[in-house]
Design a protein around this ligand. Sequence first.
Ligand code: 3H9
Length: 659
Amino acid sequence: MSAMRFSESVTGTILDGVLVVTIDNPPVNAISAHVRQGLVEALDHAAALGMVVGVVITGAGRTFVGGADIKEFGKPPVEPTLPEVIERIESYGKPVVAAANGAALGGGSEIALACHGRVASDKGNFGMPEVKLGIVPGAGGTQRLPRLIGIAAAIDLIGSGRTVKATEAIALGLVDSVESDHLDAALSLVHDLAGEPLRRTGMLEVPVSEPADVDAASKKVLSRARGQTAPAEAVRLVKAAAHVELKQGLADERATFVRLRDSVESAALRHVFFAERLAGKVEKLDNVTPRKIEIVGIVGTGLMGAGIAVAALTSGHRVIGVEQTAEAAKKGRERIAGILDKSVQAGRLAATVRDECLARLAVTADAGELAAADLVIEAVFDDLPVKTELFQRLDGIVRSDAILATNTSYLNPDDIAAATAHPERVVGLHFFSPANIMRLVEVVACKVTAPDVLASVLAFAKKLGKLPVVCGVTEGFIGNRIFSAYRREAEFMVEDGAAPHEIDAALEAYGFPMGIFAVYDMAGLEIAWARRKRQAATRDPKARYVEIADRLCETGRFGRKSGRGWYDYSSGERAADPEVTALIEAVRAAKNIEPRSFTPEEIVERLLKAMADEGAALLAEGIAARSSDIDLVMINGYGFPAHKGGPMFVAETQKDAKP
Ligand code: 3H9
């Protein structure tokens, strides 16, 4: 029978007496208004056809249903709503079975939950990532999921927003079966269910959970919330499912969903979601074909080089690590193997994958081996003569079509490129430490970097599972330049009267995992001190300069490693130190500064403004292409709370809010 069209994105075919309804709304089959309308039309159609025994719902392409259409949020509602569609599915007179061909996320999982049976392909996966968008499920997820899998497991899934593969979904009781021919299995299930009393998820009793398990699951979710509202609301709603009627639970869920959807927190997280999809997109590269990158050379296998090597290995690349001596090469290999081993111990990597990675790894003292590399990343000491000499040497070793990348944090990659015979093949790849864990990579386009070189490293970074943000050349690139402005402002406030621990407490209350002075101590103060000493001769003598950090270093306070920095760590804990207070007071007195007090709000406001002002300068200079890129850098590299959207988002929303 030919396909029936129920709306622009929903079609149906009758197979073996069952209406197979396919949602085809690329790219991810989000439940846009026409999908909801099409589903209702399809259900009406199948209800009226006596020969149809039931319905299968599936998705076209790689996704079952990627969730509600986030682009519709904030627009006037269009009937039917998703809860209405879902209510229709659950109360339907004939069996409805979900055949999850791929990801069933958010509203996609909620559709599946309302069906009378669920079959997944081996590529099927399930999740309710709503909390990551600052909302709770809004179409029954918090009430139906616990009825299927219990309160504790539902708190874990909804509160964390994590996705489970088909095998875990089956163990949890979320799906009935996983089949390679999921469609065929779904058709059989419809026939099995036809004529039997239907198992309506919303009517099920919530299985009894161990209170200790519920407590543990809730605590885990809340401990990771970092000031975000949605996870606690999700926990509350799931717990309520155990003791309120479905109708009441659904009403509470819907009201909470609507309230959170309209919150600044959700707007911020949606901004981050779309910013991530936009990052690394460069219009002028649309028609540029990236070069193939399979073999990656890494010069320097210290902490940074080893982390980059692990990221490249676990994403399927061959890696050639290069060190200066055979002894250092042996240590480098051990370092890389050690990181892989830790990942296996932590359950993040299968032992077989680690073995495959090690089989693709060579670490050598013979730089000549880099002749095989498609891309060479330098991760050696951040010193210009060292790097230029290395790049000149690489020029004579690598193939003419190989790409050379520098991982410098502060040097000018244009200077490094200029020292080579082919500057157009040089690019910056600024990874963050530990490079195997941190998602952010600043991809630095030098003055003469060739478009296909840029396109190639962007594709490479994405293959590594990283979040690449393109930027131009400036001291510290996007992140460290903003960080410097932020640090400068924090030091101004300390000189003017705020205590470092007050500033840190204000930042932590705002949602940063750690305040700036604690971060400073963790990173170590000596590298920035050395840089300041180098810059002293060229510093504008009229610009305000705070000497406190220099004084700390002069007394051997280099941060956590040395047991003392902005704080004292001698008790094993971070503690404010009267010696530092005295030192700060002496600096203030020498400058005749009368200390004043700062409220936490003022502290945060001034620091956010410093970041946003520097961000605006980066945009004006063309270093960053879009303000959302700047937000991503601060969120993924510097602990800015994602649920606040980033410094640029905050500045823009505040500007919009002003009359
Ligand atoms: C929800 O369901 C609420 C309900 O409980 C209640 C409702 C009443 N909507 O990530 P990709 C776009 S909330 C609109 O690169 P992948 C995305 O912007 C929702 N657009 O693909 C991008 O556009 P562009 C809960 C969406 O293959 C394109 O699709 N669901 C949506 O790497 C490709 O995206 C979620 O939170 C959407 N829901 O990964 C799931 N999703 O090409 C969010 C994606 O213009 N989505 N787009 O840049 C994902 O996690 C991933 O997109 C997915 C595919 C895993 C599905």
